[in-house]
Design a protein around this ligand. Structure first.
Ligand SMILES: O=P(O)(O)OC[C@H]1O[C@H](OP(=O)(O)OP(=O)(O)O)[C@H](O)[C@@H]1O
Length: 445
């Protein structure tokens, strides 16, 4: 018996909302979801949520409308908050933007400087920062501009003056002082004239100075190893959800489990691996002879958890990628670590987006002697031409859950099989609503 429980579905996955509600034995809340002519999202909650425990279901994908769905979710949360809901839980079967967590884009940190004259890629690194941290006396040798050199000279002189009890030392290098005036400050003579002129004309003189006497900013010239800055939206999405009024988040197989740390509200990250594991156990004959394969190092922990639980061998594909642009992600070369010859290979991963990873992995596995290749994926985003790619690939079967709506994908992909997650989310909602532990959902067999 569920009392004061309201389940409200967004536009991303109505079928999942229906499944969850039928497991809970309630009807989905009445809500009007649409758009105004201008394109802005419109949400109207058509029943009272005052004092209710509200769960809003919205997946982070579906038909390329991830941003629309996110905005719809935020507005729905805010609408329930202002309508005096007691607690609001955002249920995001696939968490949007979860691959854009706040980590340096290439995960290797700042570019490493090599010792001068080092040719090999693996040569001696100096671990110096670039541009180098300037030190007095090193300015010229480090190739700094006259202005910077003069600035460092001035700084070191100031320190020396300080040491001499505040008495100024006689100038030692008039050339450098000149260079400081020339390149980094206004020319005092010209500046004086400009100021007088400006004063005479009744202006503050800013224009005159800017036009005639300021130094142009240096042109940005990226050094070798520089990587363009890519925005990381992780914290922003977490903040948007909490600002809108969410008290709790339920999701599944976060791409980066650390993402939970961006929230200061509870986040329950359910595991899809139990569904995948059961599928192996009950649908793949002689599965103990098969080998579980992680298509990249990032998913190794997830895949080994399944292999260990089933007592199966494990192999890893290492994606060797050194991209300079974000588009280069797809240009990685792949290397297999482990033996798949004459075995069924089961690729396990958290998500397939373009399907580039799993289709390339399948080709490699077949080349290495695998007899059959399955891919078991939690989130089948399958955007762009992913379905065509799967159809044309060496993959024999792709099994995904329906954290993302698979209705359209199923029509176009005969290799696709879908596992239901509605019951898992319904049970999580029921337990959260009744204040019961949901850890059992993390570890059931
Ligand atoms: O279908 P695709 O478009 O090829 O994307 C799928 C891959 O992307 C994700 O990893 P990611 O490339 O973000 O690397 P990571 O696991 O190292 O974070 C995911 O874990 C898959 O391996």
């Amino acid at each position: 018996m569920v009392r004061n429980l309201v389940v409200l579905g967004g536009n991303s996955h109505p079928q999942l909302t229906d499944t969850i509600c039928s497991h809970l034995g309630i009807a989905p809340a009445k809500v009007l979801l649409g758009k105004f002519k201008v394109g802005e999202t419109r949400v109207e909650i058509e029943e009272s949520v005052r004092g209710k425990d509200v769960f809003i279901i919205q997946s982070g994908s579906g038909g390329g409308k991830v941003n629309d769905h996110l905005m719809e979710l935020l507005i729905a949360i805010s609408a329930c908050r202002t309508a005096s809901a007691k607690r609001i839980t955002a249920v995001l079967p696939l968490f949007p933007y979860s691959r854009q967590s706040d980590i340096p884009y290439n995960k290797t940190g700042a570019p490493l400087a090599k010792a001068p004259g080092t040719r090999s890629r693996t040569g001696t690194y100096t671990f110096d920062s670039r541009p180098q941290t300037p030190h007095p006396g090193q300015a010229e040798s480090a190739g700094l501009s006259n202005g910077s050199a003069a600035l460092h000279h001035q700084l070191s002189r100031m320190k020396m003056d300080e040491r001499h009890g505040g008495h100024q030392l006689p100038p030692t290098s008039p050339v450098k002082s000149d260079s400081l005036r020339r390149s980094d400050t206004f020319d005092s003579n010209k500046s004086d004239k400009s100021d007088k002129h400006a004063h005479h004309n009744g202006t503050n003189g800013t224009n005159g100075i800017t036009r005639q006497n300021t130094t142009k900013p240096p042109v940005f010239e990226p050094q070798a190893g520089y990587r363009q800055w890519v925005a990381q939206a992780g914290t922003l999405i977490a903040d948007l959800l909490t600002c809108a009024g969410a008290d709790h988040v339920i999701t599944m197989d976060l791409h980066d489990p650390q993402y939970q740390g961006f929230f200061d509200i509870p986040v329950d990250n359910l595991y899809g691996r139990h569904l995948l594991r059961k599928h192996i156990q009950f649908n793949i004959p002689n599965y103990q002879q098969a080998v579980v394969v992680s298509p990249d190092a990032g998913g190794a922990k997830r895949a080994t958890a399944i292999a260990d639980a089933l007592g199966m061998p494990f192999a890893l594909i290492h994606k060797e990628r050194r991209p300079t642009q974000i588009n280069d992600r797809q240009n990685a070369t792949m290397m297999l670590v482990g033996d798949v010859a004459d075995r069924v290979a089961i690729l396990v991963d958290d998500l397939a987006d373009t399907s580039n990873t799993i289709t390339r992995a399948a080709k490699l596995l077949k080349k290495e002697g695998a007899t059959t290749v399955y891919a078991l994926i939690t989130h089948g985003i399958l955007s762009g031409d992913a379905i065509d790619r799967i159809n044309a690939s060496a993959l024999d079967k792709v099994v995904v859950t329906n954290t993302v709506d698979q209705t359209e994908h199923m029509l176009r992909c005969p290799k696709l099989e879908v596992l239901e997650v509605g019951n898992v989310f319904a049970e999580a909602i029921r337990r959260v609503h009744h204040g019961e532990s949901i850890s059992v959902l993390f570890d059931y067999s």
